[in-house]
Design a protein around this ligand. Structure first.
Ligand SMILES: Cc1cc2nc3c(=O)[nH]c(=O)nc-3n(C[C@H](O)[C@H](O)[C@H](O)COP(=O)(O)OP(=O)(O)OC[C@H]3O[C@@H](n4cnc5c(N)ncnc54)[C@H](O)[C@@H]3O)c2cc1C
Length: 552
């Protein structure tokens, strides 16, 4: 067991981009002592990642900031893929079928997402220390010595743990001797954040597959649109081709508004009149991932751990979900409530997710950027796929990352007698539930409580008490009953769910005497068709390495 009081229990989060902010908020919410530093004196004004997908929204809802973000975003309900010179519609994927309480994407500039998270961090007592750059670190068995440089001078501090959320050029990554393994002559993209007059509905992300690669138009609030256009690498353009305005080898260059307008017209049809550019840049994208997300007391997340094409809008979302996965584990370990073996599951669960995103976005980008007979094959393929409703649904669900699960993880378990969900799946959030007072209730709303959530369909009060004893301060036990109790049952002991239709029994597959342990990140840690406090205690101790003190 590691993690003691004082400075060595502090978690230093390096980088206050979307990933570092998410990590800091979740760490603080789950009870850790956090410090958050960022080298930049001010937050970035570049719109960068604009899409917030359904699974990320579920996490933001649990953190209590989804409504605030949604109020400052455009709601997207469909993704279109077009190709060919005429921009023929090949595939339209509606988000309506996404298995989430939030079957939509939200489009908003990255600075808005960061501002919403920074506001939450402040409310949780975590101030972003700006203009503070981590320049070095060295770890031993008990802690990490860090060097921080700022206008005030150099600070040497000792912390318990470091989260490297310091982006694609991560200093933390270099300090632990880690590197991104991958492809470093990547695709060249042009990014533009502009006002765009158009008659097209602002509820659709439009992607275009062309000989030079993928292009996309992402509606944003206030009549603005984010365009991204893949362009040939400088020097590789066919004779007579127009200037792409792209950067080279990771260096940013600024194209003009006229160049962007011409590219948008050429690639996506003349649907948008551009003006008022806020951010125009050409960039080369690399593809790759680090081999290990965990180096002892140093953990890498977000762009520090994986980089790839922005085409599917997965980078920020995957990174924020890294942070959510890591934070509850690190909160438990850094406060001495769990053994540090729990942290190995961060790499085990998230590395394959990052690898899949790198693989898929790389394949997609290569498949799209093709000419001649292969382009014809691509278009026919897209057309055929577009006529299969299941394909549209699969495209939307994959982009939304709602199919993600950790069934092979060593820290999930149980499943005996369960028919339906599996340990490692995301917890279902069905409608049709009520609170003790008869108002509508959702499992997702209960996840706003920090810690684990233990649902039990067993009606025995004694069992409830014993479960509360097992969970202790780790979370909340929520009895699920078919009808409200005649005398109010819940206010003294915590919340209850009233489930007249038996949806918990069915969706979780635990029947009417079962238990479902939901981890603080919303995934199912343990499921059983039998409510057995001893088995729950064993799961927590043996799988999650949690210190269970109660006698059951
Ligand atoms: C030009 C550009 C365009 C992009 N466009 C898109 C897009 O269209 N769609 C998409 O999905 N994604 C896009 N991305 C990627 C997306 O922005 C990232 O996936 C996302 O920002 C990842 O968040 P992060 O917090 O891991 O890293 P970042 O957002 O890069 O944040 C890292 C933070 O760490 C700080 N930092 C760095 N080094 C140190 C240090 N030594 N000490 C202290 N602080 C440090 C930085 O100042 C920064 O604030 C783009 C990225 C860039 C750079």
């Amino acid at each position: 067991m590691t993690g003691t009081g004082g400075a060595s229990s502090t978690v230093l989060v390096v980088g206050a981009g979307p990933v570092g902010l998410t990590a800091a908020c979740e760490l603080a919410r789950q009870g850790a002592r956090v410090r958050l530093v960022d080298a930049l004196p001010e937050p970035t004004a570049q719109s960068r990642a604009v899409v917030v997908h359904a699974r990320t929204q579920e996490h933001l809802a649990a953190m209590g900031v989804l409504d605030e973000l949604a109020a400052r975003a455009v709601e997207i309900t469909a993704v279109e893929v077009r190709s060919g010179a005429a921009g023929t519609l090949r595939l339209r994927a509606s988000t309506a079928g996404i298995d989430s309480r939030y079957p939509r994407a939200l489009d908003t500039p990255q600075p808005v997402t960061e501002a919403v998270l920074a506001g939450l961090a402040a409310r949780l007592g975590v101030a972003v220390e700006r203009g503070v750059e981590l320049t070095d670190l060295a770890q031993d068995e008990d802690g990490v010595d860090v060097t921080l440089a700022s206008a005030a001078g150099t600070e040497h501090a000792r912390v318990g743990w470091v989260v490297g959320a310091d982006g694609g050029h991560s200093r933390v990554r270099a300090a632990v001797g880690e590197r991104i393994e991958g492809v470093f002559h990547g695709e060249h993209f042009l990014f533009a954040d502009v006002a765009a007059a158009t008659t097209l509905a602002p509820d659709t992300i439009r992607l275009f597959a062309g000989a030079d690669g993928v292009s996309g138009a992402f509606p944003m609030p206030d009549g603005r649109t984010r365009f991204l256009v893949q362009v040939p690498a400088p020097g590789s353009r066919p004779p007579g081709a127009r200037s792409p305005g792209a950067g080279s080898a990771g260096a940013a260059v600024e194209p003009t508004l006229d160049e962007v307008q011409r590219l948008v017209d050429d690639r996506m049809g003349e649907h948008w009149r551009l003006s008022d550019p806020r951010w125009l840049v050409g960039f080369e994208i690399h593809h790759g991932q680090v081999a290990r997300y965990r180096h002892g007391r140093v953990l890498l997340a977000g762009d520090a751990a994986h980089v790839h094409s922005p085409a599917g809008g997965q980078g920020m979302n995957t990174g924020m979900q890294d942070a959510v996965n890591l934070a509850w584990k690190l909160a438990l370990v850094s406060t001495g409530r769990a053994g540090d073996a729990l942290l190995d599951s961060y790499h085990a669960e998230r590395h394959p997710v990052g690898a899949a995103v790198v693989r898929q976005t790389t394949r997609l980008t290569h498949a799209v950027a093709t000419q001649g007979p292969r382009a014809h094959l691509r278009d026919v393929g897209l057309l055929l796929l577009g006529h299969l409703p299941a394909v549209g649904e699969a495209v939307a669900a994959n982009m939304a990352e709602v199919r993600l699960r950790y069934r092979r993880s060593l820290v999930v378990g149980g499943g005996d007698g369960v028919r339906g969900a599996c340990p490692g799946d995301h917890a279902p959030d069905p409608a049709g539930l009520f609170d003790a007072a008869g108002g509508p209730a959702r499992v997702g709303d209960l996840l706003r409580r920090p810690g684990h959530l233990l649902l039990t369909t067993c009606l025995s009060r004694t069992a409830h008490e014993r479960l509360r004893g097992v969970l202790g301060g780790l979370g909340t036990v929520v009895p699920v009953r078919p009808a409200a109790a005649p005398t109010h049952d819940g206010s003294a002991d915590g919340p209850v769910l009233v489930d007249p239709g038996g949806v918990v029994a069915t969706r979780y597959g635990i029947g009417h005497d079962g238990a479902a342990l939901i981890r603080p990140d919303g995934y199912l840690g343990y499921l059983s068709a039998r409510t057995d406090p001893v088995a729950v205690a064993r799961h927590l101790a043996e799988r999650e390495h949690v210190l269970v003190t109660a006698r059951v």
